[in-house]
Ligand binder design. Structure first.
Ligand SMILES: NC(=O)c1ccc[n+]([C@@H]2O[C@H](COP(=O)([O-])OP(=O)(O)OC[C@H]3O[C@@H](n4cnc5c(N)ncnc54)[C@H](OP(=O)(O)O)[C@@H]3O)[C@@H](O)[C@H]2O)c1
Length: 323
């Protein structure tokens, strides 16, 4: 078969022949891959920087996708940590980490949207007791996952949705998708950072849940701003760490944890059991198939993987490879 193959962590994957995948366990199933998304997690897998990475090469990248089994059934699947990923003509899935899709499901839309949408969907449904009337702050709302988080929060019934990000034009689009207010994060100098903290505090003083894609210094600053602005410091505040586009470590002052009912949790594979993630997938597929979310997807033939991988990303468009 053909696959995208990483032979060096310093180089983009190349399209070449690779041995066919072989099922080894009782729950393994070989599927023809129809679509596989180029998510940030896949890039970190391919450059060896993800915390689950080993030195093992060559590897086929790809953590999820849509495939068809020999019986003709269409499935969305999430792969376990593996060096034989989904960016190939065929891959081995564990059926327990997959769900059957309706026959008319759009593989490109599903492959593009599931990973970014799942981040907030699973966080709100599995990492906090989300009350539909809650107020939500989305920190780093201008990427694919943040944009989805606005729409997920709206669909799940959030009362106020504050979208915060550094890209002014993207923030304006988020209002059309359900954000009730936006905050521009400008950290260019101390004055700009202080004004950002004031804006964020004013907009987010009574949020109940924070969906955080940033971490790093911006998260530490935002935590201080939100906690300091709270009218009622005994009001529970659940800060859900999901991404780390602004830094893998954050210098969080201890006082924010003493001065408020702040609790910090994470959401992702590991902090949410795989069975719980899989249990959430059908409802999410249903929402995607019903057109509940605006999805920016671009299908690219897998044969063009090297060019597409190296090309600069275009807004929140998610590249989906079609073997
Ligand atoms: N835990 C989970 O379940 C889960 C699932 C999916 C994704 N994730 C993680 O969530 C994060 C976002 O994923 P994604 O799919 O949305 O990626 P993406 O589409 O590449 O978006 C990331 C966005 O972050 C913004 N950004 C980067 N640095 C920033 C900074 N310093 N301050 C403010 N904004 C910044 C950029 O927006 P602008 O250029 O417009 O500012 C960029 O578009 C990644 O870390 C990913 O690994 C986690």
């Amino acid at each position: 078969m053909h696959a995208a193959v990483v032979s060096s962590f310093d180089a983009v994957p190349e399209y070449r022949r690779f041995e066919n995948p072989v099922p080894t366990g009782p729950h393994d199933l070989v599927v023809d891959v129809l679509a596989s998304g180029l998510h940030p997690r896949v890039r970190s897998q391919a450059d060896g920087s993800h915390y689950t990475s080993t030195d093992e090469l060559p590897l086929i990248p790809g953590i999820d996708g849509v495939g068809r089994g020999a019986d003709g059934t269409l499935r969305y699947f999430i792969l376990p940590d593996t060096t034989r990923g989904s960016m190939a003509e065929r891959t081995v899935i564990d059926v327990r980490r997959s769900i059957v899709l309706p026959a008319d499901a759009d593989p490109i839309a599903i492959a593009a949207a599931m990973n970014p949408a799942m981040s907030s969907w699973v966080a709100l449904r599995r990492r906090t007791a989300f009350d539909p009337a809650s107020n939500v702050l989305i920190l780093g709302a201008t990427g694919s996952a943040g944009r989805m988080a606005v729409q997920v929060a709206r669909l799940l019934g959030a009362a106020c949705i504050v979208a915060a990000g550094r890209n002014e034009s993207s923030l304006a689009e988020l209002v059309e998708l359900g954000a009730t207010s936006t905050v521009l994060l400008d950290m260019t100098d101390d004055e700009a950072a202080a004004a950002t903290a004031r804006r964020l505090g004013a907009a987010s003083a009574d949020v109940d849940v924070v969906i955080d894609y940033l971490w790093g210094e911006p998260t530490a600053a935002a935590m201080v701003a939100v906690v300091s602005a709270r009218a009622d410091r005994s009001r529970p505040l659940t800060w859900i760490e999901i991404g780390s586009v602004a830094g893998v470590e954050a210098p969080i002052p201890s006082a924010v944890l003493r001065a408020s009912r702040l609790q910090i949790v994470g959401s992702g594979q590991g902090s949410v059991p795989t069975a719980d993630i899989v249990a959430e997938l059908p409802a999410l597929v249903e929402a995607i198939s019903a057109g509940a979310f605006a999805i920016h997807a671009r299908a690219v033939p897998l044969a063009d993987v090297a060019t597409a991988w190296a090309a600069p990303s275009v807004g929140t468009e998610r590249v989906v490879f079609t073997p």
